[in-house]
Design a protein around this ligand. Structure first.
Ligand SMILES: [Zn+2]
Length: 164
């Protein structure tokens, strides 16, 4: 099997014009640009609200293996769990599935001369990363997510019935 980096994205998805985050969809959680800037660090703002990408192996979660849940750093919605996190070797936190159906929405992203599928928080529309179809079974998906776009909640956010 061909091992593709996070920027290599063979997909057959239809072409679409790149649009900036939040310009074409309505999300339940909305803030003004000034409020976002106040709420987020400059790095978080640049990724979550301007769809930038942190450099590989620089984020705080790419190698995290503790049990817990990962929330959207912008609005707090639970997006992923440690159960689906796997070591993709690409330098960003990678998940093979969502914490629950519909926690993210997808959108075609043809920026930077690549055809990729952008992943947005379904609650607030913030940019999280991209999803590729070279992940492990059974989903075959690899959600490649910026560390700065998520907040890891260990013990406090882990349900009591999850073994620590
Ligand atoms: Zn969110």
């Amino acid at each position: 099997m061909l091992v593709a980096g996070c920027n290599a994205a063979p997909t057959n998805r239809p072409a679409a014009t790149h649009v900036s985050t939040n310009s074409t969809m309505n999300f339940p959680f909305q803030l003004t640009e000034a409020e976002w800037r106040q709420r987020l660090t400059p790095e978080q703002y640049s990724i979550l609200r301007e769809a930038n990408t942190e450099r590989a192996f620089t984020g705080k979660y790419w190698n995290t293996k503790e049990p817990g849940v990962y929330r959207c750093a912008a609005c707090g919605a639970v997006l992923f769990t440690s159960k689906d996190k796997f070591d993709s070797g690409c330098g960003w936190p990678s998940f093979s599935d969502l914490a629950a159906k519909g926690t993210v929405v997808e959108r075609a992203d043809n920026s930077h001369g690549m055809r990729r599928t952008e992943v947005l928080c379904a609650h607030c529309g913030s940019h999280l990363g991209h999803v590729f179809d070279d992940g492990p079974a059974p989903t075959g998906l690899r959600y490649c997510i910026n560390s700065a776009a998520i907040d890891f909640g260990g013990e406090t956010n882990t349900p009591a019935n999850v073994k620590k």
